[in-house]
Design a protein around this ligand. Structure first.
Ligand SMILES: Cc1cc2nc3c(=O)[nH]c(=O)nc-3n(C[C@H](O)[C@H](O)[C@H](O)COP(=O)(O)OP(=O)(O)OC[C@H]3O[C@@H](n4cnc5c(N)ncnc54)[C@H](O)[C@@H]3O)c2cc1C
Length: 306
């Protein structure tokens, strides 16, 4: 049986990535988690999500981009997306990864590229979320976020924290002082015990602790999880503390726990769906399988059914 670590390892293998993205049958497997390879397909998915009472966040899939020209393509893609959101009047913001904008080439390049997106988005009254990646880039990602946050307003740009990292409670306390809008998730990368809780129970306990801190802060945050235990704890806390349903939002990934997405939206909780699309889906797709290796059999079964 493939383990979480093995799947995350495979997600970083360039050779496999090349093979998988060019092999049409493999592509077919991804439709559960990826909204499509082009913008039109992603817009159609978001219209459907909006019709079911949820808002969305576009994610143009690409990470660890290694040429300056490719980072410029990413900037163009996101500027186009922001324009498209206005034109089509869909309810969506955008999520970006700093490695997509050149973080591993030069942090200044990533900052400059991200700044262009946040500036255009702020002018349009939209919002940019900076995803959090592996722990090797946590510090620099937070530094760049803090610079952007000082250039722009609270409702222009936000960040993500991962409850599996030991440092997250301290980061949350510091970011709330600015203040900052935070998406809280558990964390999707393979991290060593030196920096991250190895036991799921500790990750979950930390999630609940940080969730309470965020909700009590009075700033609008995103509670990103499919875990019914985390969701129940959030609803309990909000109800006990008299925190309004529209004072924060739940967030889930495209294609995961659609039943729960719809239920929470029907119950009047804010719900945002993260909608990934694009040709570079391989590492994202493999991380989703890593979260739930049982999904391998699910996608294979659907594949064999044709
Ligand atoms: C909106 C959003 C944005 C995110 N952004 C980031 C980010 O910037 N950085 C980052 O590191 N991570 C990010 N993540 C991923 C996150 O860190 C987790 O890896 C992922 O959400 C799984 O954790 P969980 O909270 O759902 O709980 P888990 O403990 O993994 O799962 C709880 C339950 O949720 C369901 N479930 C979870 N995953 C799946 C799946 N793949 N398929 C089917 N069912 C599943 C199952 O019922 C499972 O028992 C994001 C997640 C969301 C929802």
């Amino acid at each position: 049986m493939l383990t979480r670590s093995a799947l995350i390892y495979l997600s970083r293998q360039e050779g496999l990535k090349e093979f998988a993205t060019k092999f049409p049958p493999f592509k077919k497997l991804t439709t559960r988690f990826i909204a499509g390879e082009n913008t039109e397909q992603a817009v159609a998915a978001i219209r459907d999500i909006n019709a079911r009472g949820a808002s969305a966040s576009f994610d143009h899939l690409n990470e660890s981009v290694s040429s300056v020209a490719a980072t410029e393509d990413e900037v163009r893609e996101y500027l186009h997306l922001l324009e498209l959101i206005d034109e089509t009047k869909i309810d969506s913001n955008v999520s970006i990864k700093l490695t997509q904008f050149g973080l591993e080439i030069d942090p200044e390049l990533a900052y400059g590229n991200a700044r262009q997106i946040v500036e255009d988005s702020a002018r349009r009254g939209n919002f940019v979320r900076i995803d959090m990646e592996g722990s090797n880039v946590t510090e620099i990602t937070l530094d760049i976020f803090r610079r952007l946050r000082s250039d722009f307003g609270l409702n222009d740009v936000g960040i993500v924290l991962q409850s599996y990292l030991y440092r997250t409670m301290d980061d949350a306390r510091e970011l709330l002082k600015i203040p900052a809008r935070i998406r809280l998730c558990k964390g999707a990368y393979d991290e060593p015990p030196k920096v991250a809780y190895p036991d799921k129970k500790d990750v979950d306990d930390n999630y609940v602790r940080v969730m309470k801190l965020l909700l009590a802060s009075g700033t609008y945050h995103g509670i990103a999880t499919h875990d019914p235990k985390m969701i129940d704890a959030t609803i309990d806390f909000a109800q006990r503390e008299g925190i309004a349903k529209d004072a924060f939002e739940f967030q889930m990934l495209y294609g995961i726990r659609r039943d729960l997405q719809e239920q929470l939206a029907r119950d009047g909780w804010g719900m945002r769906i993260y909608v990934p699309y694009g040709k570079h889906w391989y590492p994202y797709f493999m991380r989703r399988l890593a979260e739930r290796p049982a999904n391998i059999w699910f996608v294979l079964k659907n594949f064999l059914k044709g």
